[in-house]
Write a protein that binds this ligand. Structure first.
Ligand code: HSE
Length: 430
């Protein structure tokens, strides 16, 4: 067997500790599969004294993670610190510059700096891998980049954030309000340190930006992802969606055609019978469409110590085996600068919920606004009379454009009997 591959692990949170555990517990199995031992040389984290439930004394302790890039007996740096910039980015760049392979789980960093890191890795002739950055235990990067490499891919979409999927699942199944389920995920520790990353769709957008590059060979372009989170979703929309045959999910959707890239993350109503509609709790699922495969569907745990650490170790095994292809599965110099497609170019149907005063002429005013913008109604429901003399009016439109729908909603807002900002959710036929 060749000499061991020496690994330095920066960041000893759940995932870092998970990597240590897998490398120790599966030492022989991994050596057999990789053709050489994968050995930990050094570890680093903010606090040395914390009890992490594993014995780290056999490994060199490094106080300043950035210095791991300079260690002599290290072949691969595993960056598990997180954050798009700061020490994680510094360590990553220095590792590549110093000719050390880099394995990272840092979705924000790869989404923001993927093209540059890929360039640096190519220039230095070293490997950059980031399987754990997207969808945890689902090997989606390898599946797309290797397994589907024969195809021209047209679309990738999916549930890329487990926390918000858990929230939507339990708002529906247990009838909880947004605030109730938010308190629960806070209590369970499911939220990112900055909860906005989950709730506002940013975490899903990071993953989507990475998947776009892997699938279409475009430069990572996080800035052009259209992003809406789930903060505006109310139980009542989940209930009415259900009556109409839909389920609400937070999806990331990326499409590429002739140099044009459309990337968006927002809540959608989808047919309850679709396979992805039945992906519940903290699970992730990704669908990939290509010309020769038609459609493939991947489902699994998108977060947590075990699944994420498993993805990190899979990257280490790849490198130990001598796999050395480019980060985004084509030379960094050939990554395409795609033209971003604005959300305003979306075509599709919409669910709209209006809270209105229940008196004569209200519906006429609403339909006048729709007529003016040429938005055609497929279904309109009036939901009960509330004690205060107000009701909900729920509209499902025929296919229209985002621009027409926004215009219609702005006009509807001006109708004096409309007493709340209208709710609108895109209906996706997938
Ligand atoms: N906050 C992320 C999620 C963690 O909920 O999916 C995994 O990336």
């Amino acid at each position: 067997m060749s000499k061991p591959l020496k690994v330095a692990i920066a960041g000893l949170g759940n995932v870092g500790i998970g990597v240590v555990k897998i490398l120790e517990e599966h030492k022989e199995l991994i050596a057999d599969r990789a053709g050489r031992e994968i050995a930990i040389s050094a570890v680093s984290a903010r606090s040395k004294d914390q009890d992490r439930g594993v014995d780290l004394s056999p490994y060199q302790w490094v106080d300043n993670a950035a210095e791991m890039a300079d260690l002599d007996d290290v072949d691969i740096v595993v960056e598990l610190i997180g954050g798009e910039d700061g020490i994680a980015y510094e360590l990553s760049k220095n590792s590549l510059k110093n000719g050390k392979a880099l394995v990272t789980a840092n979705k924000a960093m790869v989404a923001h700096h993927g093209a540059l890191l890929a360039d640096m890795a190519q220039d230095a002739g070293v490997v950059l891998r980031y399987e754990a950055a997207v969808a945890g235990g689902i090997p989606i990067i390898k599946s797309i980049g290797e397994g589907l490499a024969a195809n021209k891919l047209s679309q990738v979409y999916g549930i890329m954030n487990g926390t918000t999927n858990y929230m939507l699942t339990h708002m529906e199944s247990r009838g909880l309000t947004y605030d109730e389920i938010l308190a629960e995920v806070q209590e369970l520790g499911y939220l990112e340190a900055d909860p906005a990353l989950d709730l506002d769709g940013i975490d899903a957008a990071h993953k989507l930006a990475i998947l776009s590059s892997v699938a279409f060979g475009t430069k990572t372009d996080f800035e052009s992802v259209y992003i809406e989170g789930i903060r505006n979703i109310e139980s009542v929309d989940i209930e009415y969606g259900k009556e109409l045959g839909y389920r609400i999910k937070l999806l990331g959707i990326t499409k590429y055609e002739d140099g044009n890239l459309s990337q968006r993350v927002h809540p959608v109503m989808i047919d309850r019978e679709l396979p992805i509609a039945s992906v519940m709790d903290g699970f992730n699922a990704i669908v990939v469409d290509g010309d020769y495969i038609d459609r493939t569907f991947y489902n699994g745990r998108g977060a947590g110590e075990g699944p994420t650490a498993s993805a990190v170790v899979a990257d280490l095994i790849d490198i130990a085996r001598g796999h050395s292809g480019p980060a985004f599965f084509k030379p960094a110099s050939k990554l395409i600068e795609a033209a971003p497609v604005s959300i305003n170019r979306r075509k599709g149907a919409y669910y709209v919920r209006l809270h209105v005063e229940d008196h004569a002429g209200v519906i006429a005013d609403i339909t006048a606004a729709l007529k003016h913008t040429n938005v055609s109604v497929e279904t309109m429901l009036q939901k009960g009379t509330e004690k205060d003399g107000t009701v909900y009016v729920v509209i499902v439109t025929h296919e229209t454009t985002e621009v027409a729908m926004k215009d219609a909603i702005n006009r509807i807002k001006e109708v004096s009997s409309v007493i709340e900002t209208p709710q609108s959710i895109r209906i996706e036929k997938l």
